[in-house]
Design a protein around this ligand. Structure first.
Ligand SMILES: CCCCC/C=C\C/C=C\C/C=C\C/C=C\CCCC(=O)SCCNC(=O)CCNC(=O)[C@H](O)C(C)(C)COP(=O)(O)OP(=O)(O)OC[C@H]1O[C@@H](n2cnc3c(N)ncnc32)[C@H](O)[C@@H]1OP(=O)(O)O
Length: 223
């Protein structure tokens, strides 16, 4: 696993995020536009040619493999390729997670790119978001943990639109952390999940204090 150190200042992180977050938002917008576009086939083909040009320009200098999760020496994480919260990853749902002791939460608006059953959120996307939230809640004391078991119960269909996701630690037992999470719309909970998160053997916190959360956006580091 890639835990490389990249020793940059918080100001430099903000500077880089200010460049990549709007780019990622534009790519998300592109994905949404492609799904919902009703322009002609000729216009779709012209759009492909334009997009291919942009891709070729981005590929002139590429990192091998995935982005990984670099950390600063102050343990600010930069998981910018992450499938659930990566600041550079337009496939990730638009999540801005806030964290406090044993708790992680976010509001989000899910559009056409996250559809499963017509008009509703794909069950895998719901599970992805809740998996991320349980991981973030379990690690607010700085101890990283892997999802060992995630049990997801779909109570009723989740309509696309404005949603809230929330995860809370309910207990700890040795290296295991138990977390309960919910996905809710305006009418209440649509999906609930229970997770057993496992901290890796032999991992010790680098300081006695809680670590800052992995930074995905500037706001994340302010909690
Ligand atoms: C450079 C410095 C870096 C510093 C980092 C600092 C901070 C990081 C901070 C924050 C991170 C923030 C956010 C994270 C956000 C999201 C997280 C997303 C999470 C994921 O998406 S992550 C990918 C999917 N995940 C996997 O890819 C796991 C693959 N798997 C394994 O890597 C192993 O399988 C592992 C590690 C799970 C266990 O391995 P192991 O060897 O440690 O386990 P072991 O046998 O010793 O068992 C010990 C006790 O756990 C119980 N136990 C074992 N396995 C269990 C299971 N599966 N379910 C339920 N309970 C289980 C046993 O029953 C026993 O319980 P008991 O003690 O009561 O007997």
């Amino acid at each position: 696993m890639d835990f490389r150190i990249e020793d940059i200042t918080p100001e430099e992180i903000d500077r880089r995020l200010a460049v990549v977050e709007p780019l990622t938002d534009s790519v998300r917008d592109l994905v949404d536009a492609v799904i919902r576009s009703q322009v002609s086939d000729d216009e779709l083909q012209a759009a492909k040619a334009t997009i291919d040009e942009v891709v070729a320009s981005l590929r002139t200098r590429q990192r091998p493999g995935g982005f990984g999760t670099p950390y600063t020496r102050e343990f600010i994480g930069m998981p910018w390729g992450n499938a659930a919260v990566g600041a550079r990853n337009a496939i990730a749902p638009p999540l801005r997670v806030t964290r406090s002791a044993g708790l992680a939460e976010c509001d989000m608006v899910l559009g056409a790119a996250y559809e499963g059953p017509g008009g509703c959120v794909h069950g895998g996307v719901a599970a992805l978001m809740l998996d991320q939230l349980v991981g973030e809640a379990a690690s607010t004391d700085g101890l990283p943990s892997f999802t060992g078991t995630l049990t997801v119960k779909y109570l009723r269909p989740t309509r696309l639109g404005a949603l809230n996701a929330r995860a809370e630690v309910t207990g700890r037992e040795g290296r295991k952390t138990f977390v309960h999470a919910t996905l809710s719309d305006d009418d209440g909970v649509t999906v609930e999940a229970d997770a057993i998160m496992i901290s890796p053997k032999g991992f010790e916190l680098p300081t006695g204090d809680a670590l800052p959360p992995p930074a995905n956006s500037r706001a994340d580091r302010d909690v």
